[in-house]
Design a protein around this ligand. Structure first.
Ligand code: ARG
Length: 564
């Protein structure tokens, strides 16, 4: 039953407002002692030209109480509703158990396509923790949208084209070799890239040479392309290793180079539409009227730019996938870039420019500073995930040394800890890496939620055979009710997370469920409960918790082991 909807109908029968308006106004009081739902009478007061407290009184007298409401109380301009616990809990628990892993799923998206551009690291540069955010937020949104009936299309827009490859070719020819690159992979490429920047400070001619190589790449010069491909392949091996560890997949690896041959047509189109202007030998789209710096399309040396590729990619994606929305996951520092790109597309006359969303996020920092490739101060994703796994294994060795499959569980939990930590706050907030805190089994961490899930799974497996139906009316305590309230709002939270592109709404909610469950478990003996019917009813709460936590963790891209 959709309780809010039902309550809305009853209220609508005695107020000059639509059910929808009423439902959207219904609140959940912060303190359950004030009721389970509250309806503020301000809007109705406007329509009826009457004071809100008077309306509250009239409605209280006139309303036909839905079955699941036990009591209605007026509190000034508010009407507070108290649910009949038995009806309410019985209905929710039955719903969760019946729907199982589909509880919370919807067809809101109606099968429409949503393109999600995430992770998108740069070839030849290490996959550092800065890329983690784009990867895990994008992956969570991918799953959340799928769950809501969209067809998610995940694209890895690899940074595999641009002047940096000219630098790398120059550096490779001067300071590296086939063997060194084969042996050391990306770390060798990083070494020479860092060296290039140091040397180019002293000798600017190196920059010219690098630019020259990039122009060669753009002209399909076989030697330049062969070197570029070498860097590409080496990088992909390392990236794929990290994606495997994180359990992240993409539908397409169409990086920047994919658009090489497609850009000319777009540049022509910009020209035809009268949008290109010459500026010191370069070609730009002027955005002065929009109060933005010009968008550079062609450099004075003829080279294309990041923006040229993004404009081309957006048009390609629209033509290929006809998306309802397209999301771009990058750090906040690219906000201007995307604002410019979206504006240029709008100026080209494409009304779907309004469906493009930059979904920015804050930085990742270590306790003592920022991360950068140029200075070499990088924390590699792989090292980080391995550290988290090792820490978790140590915790398991201490708490549960006889656990089967320890290594795998340590991976699922350690990596889950890193992901959860990233997804626990508003995107825009910076993430600080505190390895001890995030891998702890206590506190607001991923392992805490996973541990609660595993506790539920273990209770269920110890319980033995369970009946088909439960006598929910035996559940009568606050703690059970608190868990059920959180189940009720779970589907709303998923929709809200998608509407705001904020996975933290899901992570906070499953944290609340885990906490509420542990309170329930503390207050209510389950397996040791003597009354068998009550024991079974409590087990229904355990089963529902397990289901909802597993779904929530899954939406975040985190595994839910049965044992920990
Ligand atoms: N490679 C870029 C970076 O590491 C991110 C690309 C984001 N996607 C896009 N379509 N521009 O900063």
């Amino acid at each position: 039953m959709d309780f809010k909807q039902e309550l809305g109908k009853s209220l609508a029968a005695c107020l000059p407002l639509s059910v929808e308006d009423i439902v959207s106004a219904i609140e959940t009081p912060p303190d359950p002692a004030m009721g389970d739902y509250a309806f503020p009478c301000f809007k109705a007061a406007k329509a009826l030209k009457k004071a809100p407290p008077l309306i509250a009184k009239d409605v209280e007298a006139a309303i036909e109480k839905p079955d699941f409401i036990r009591e209605i109380r007026c509190a000034g301009p508010y009407l507070n509703f108290f649910v009949d616990r038995n009806v309410y809990m019985g209905d929710i628990l039955a719903d969760v158990l019946e729907k199982g892993e589909n509880f919370g799923r919807s067809d809101l998206g109606g099968g429409r396509n949503i393109v999600i551009d995430y992770s998108s690291p740069n070839i030849a540069k290490p996959f550092h923790v800065g890329h983690l955010r784009s990867t895990v937020i994008g992956n969570a949104l991918y799953k959340i949208y799928e769950f809501l009936g969209y067809n998610s299309i995940g694209i890895n827009h690899l940074g595999d084209w641009g002047t940096q490859f000219g630098k790398l070719i120059t550096a490779y020819k001067m300071w590296s070799s086939e063997e060194a690159v084969k042996e050391k992979g990306i770390s060798e490429l990083t070494r020479i890239y860092v060296k290039f920047h140091e040397e180019a400070e002293k000798d600017p001619a190196l920059d010219d040479e690098a630019r020259g190589f990039f122009v060669k790449m753009e002209r399909d010069d076989p030697e330049a392309i062969a070197l570029w491909k070498k860097f590409y392949d080496i990088s992909m091996v390392e990236f794929n290793r990290v994606y495997d560890m994180l359990g992240v997949k993409f539908d397409y690896f169409t990086g920047e180079s994919f658009y090489n041959k497609k850009m000319a047509a777009i540049v022509d189109e910009l020209e035809e539409k009268g949008l290109l202007k010459e500026d010191k030998g370069a070609k730009i789209v002027d955005l002065e009227a929009e109060k933005m710096p010009p968008c550079l399309i062609i450099r004075s040396d003829g080279g294309t730019l990041y923006a040229t590729r993004d404009i081309t990619a957006a048009i390609y994606r629209k033509n290929t996938y006809d998306f309802a929305k397209a999301l771009y996951l990058t750090a906040m520092d690219q906000s201007l870039h995307f604002a410019q790109v979206f504006k240029v597309i709008e100026k080209m006359g494409y009304d779907w420019a309004k469906d493009l969303y930059h979904v920015p996020f804050g930085l990742v920092s270590l306790k003592d500073g920022k991360l950068s490739t140029r200075t070499g101060r990088v924390v590699l994703m792989e090292d980080l995930l391995n550290t988290a796994t090792a820490k978790t294994l140590a915790i398991i060795e201490e708490k549960n040394p006889s656990l089967e499959n320890k290594e795998q569980v340590a991976k699922d939990v350690g990596i889950g800890a890193v992901i959860f930590n990233d997804l626990y706050n508003n995107r825009i907030k910076d993430v600080v890496f505190d390895m001890d805190k995030m891998t702890s089994f206590e506190g607001e961490t991923g392992p805490y939620v996973q541990y609660t899930h595993a506790r539920c799974a273990s209770l269920i497996s110890k319980a033995g055979d369970l009946p088909e139906t439960f006598d929910y009316s035996l559940l009568d305590d606050e703690a059970s009710l608190a868990v059920c309230r959180l189940f009720e709002t779970f589907p709303d939270k998923i929709r809200d997370a998608a509407a705001k592109n904020e996975p933290y709404i899901v992570s906070r909610h499953i944290m609340a469920i885990a906490q509420a469950f542990n309170k329930f478990y503390h207050d209510n003996p389950v397996l040791s409960c003597e009354d068998e019917n009550l024991r079974n009813a409590r087990l229904a709460v355990v089963m529902a918790t397990r289901i909802v936590l597993a779904t929530g963790l899954g939406l975040l891209g985190i595994k839910a082991p049965e044992r920990m």
